[in-house]
Design a protein around this ligand. Structure first.
Ligand code: GUN
Length: 299
């Protein structure tokens, strides 16, 4: 039997509608709307495309939205001063500095300069620490892991006691999602294993997983025979494997593949995210949710 396809676009739309409603209520009750600043340095096409989507979504939700497009040769000191300007701006509740930054700028120095209470990406060490502690300490969950958790919960997959295997140990996905799903709360309580490039028998670990989360960045890394029948497969990989001409626009577009062989895996798994259209749309949605939460905390 073919797996249930976890539709990240539809679930995103559902959450965005909830956010829109809360924004309307905030505006009516307190005359305030969430404020987000996006800071983009240079003109990297992928970064520009991500930031454009974030700005569009923020506008559609009725956020106060500010764009800072900086030249590629902006000095580190000037960028730090810009971050500080928005740390002090009471109309801004979320600061997003799009990564990667040019080589002459220290990414961490800039990320660590963001007020942790406006760090809607959840990358500041204070928020990483809060996530590790769990419970009431948590302020902002990093957006991609938060999106993954939301997909699992909203699909009705049981997390409590589940064997979760995370493939990949990045700071942005692998480590935080592992941490989140082992917390003691109703949206977690899983038994979590993290595997990586030095793991001795990747296949054996994956085969045990009730929920397999793959964030390795290697197209087709997970083979269909590694998937436990009936399990939930979350594919975070977005790998460009070629180009094609779009039938809709006539423009050249990237052909994207996940870290899992989707066509074969969907015949074995119980539920699975597609690439594109699975985890991807959730990341921006969770950024909006964090910005809303930051605004609500000020009210
Ligand atoms: N570049 C790629 N993904 C992200 C993200 O989630 N946040 C930021 N700030 N930059 C990115």
């Amino acid at each position: 039997m073919s797996a249930k396809i976890i539709d990240g676009v539809a679930i995103s739309q559902e959450i965005l509608a909830e956010i829109r409603e809360e924004v309307d209520q905030l505006r009516k009750a307190h005359d305030i709307v969430p404020g987000l600043v996006t800071i983009l340095v240079g003109d990297n096409p992928a970064s520009l495309s991500y930031v454009t989507r974030k700005i569009r979504t923020a506008n559609e939700l009725g956020f106060h939205e500010v764009q800072e497009n900086c030249p590629p040769d902006i000095s580190e000191a000037d960028l730090l001063a810009l971050v500080e300007k928005y740390n002090r701006d009471p109309a801004i509740h979320g600061i997003l500095v799009q990564l990667p930054l040019p080589d002459h700028i220290d990414d961490n120095k800039v990320l660590y300069a963001i007020d942790p209470d406006k760090d809607v990406d959840g990358f500041h060490p204070v928020n990483v620490g809060r996530l590790m502690i769990g419970g009431d300490a948590v302020r902002f969950l990093p957006c991609t892991p938060a999106g993954i958790q939301e997909l699992i919960v909203r699909t009705g997959i049981e997390l409590s006691g589940a064997e979760v295997v995370v493939v990949g140990r990045s700071n942005i996905v692998g480590k935080p999602i592992a941490n989140m799903l082992l917390q003691k709360n109703a949206r977690a309580n899983a038994t979590v294993t993290v595997v990586h490039t030095r793991t001795r028998d990747l296949a054996a670990h994956c085969k045990r997983a009730d929920i397999l989360i793959v964030a390795a960045g290697v197209a087709g890394l997970v083979k269909p025979e590694w998937i436990k029948p009936g399990s939930c497969v979350i594919d975070v990989g977005v790998n460009r494997v070629g180009e094609k001409i779009s039938a809709k626009t006539g423009k050249t577009i990237a052909i994207l593949r996940g870290d899992v062989d989707f066509d074969a895996a969907k015949e074995i798994a119980g539920s699975i995210t597609p690439v594109p259209g699975g985890v991807g749309p959730m990341t921006i949605t969770m950024l909006m949710k964090n910005t809303l939460a930051s605004c609500k905390a000020r009210v």
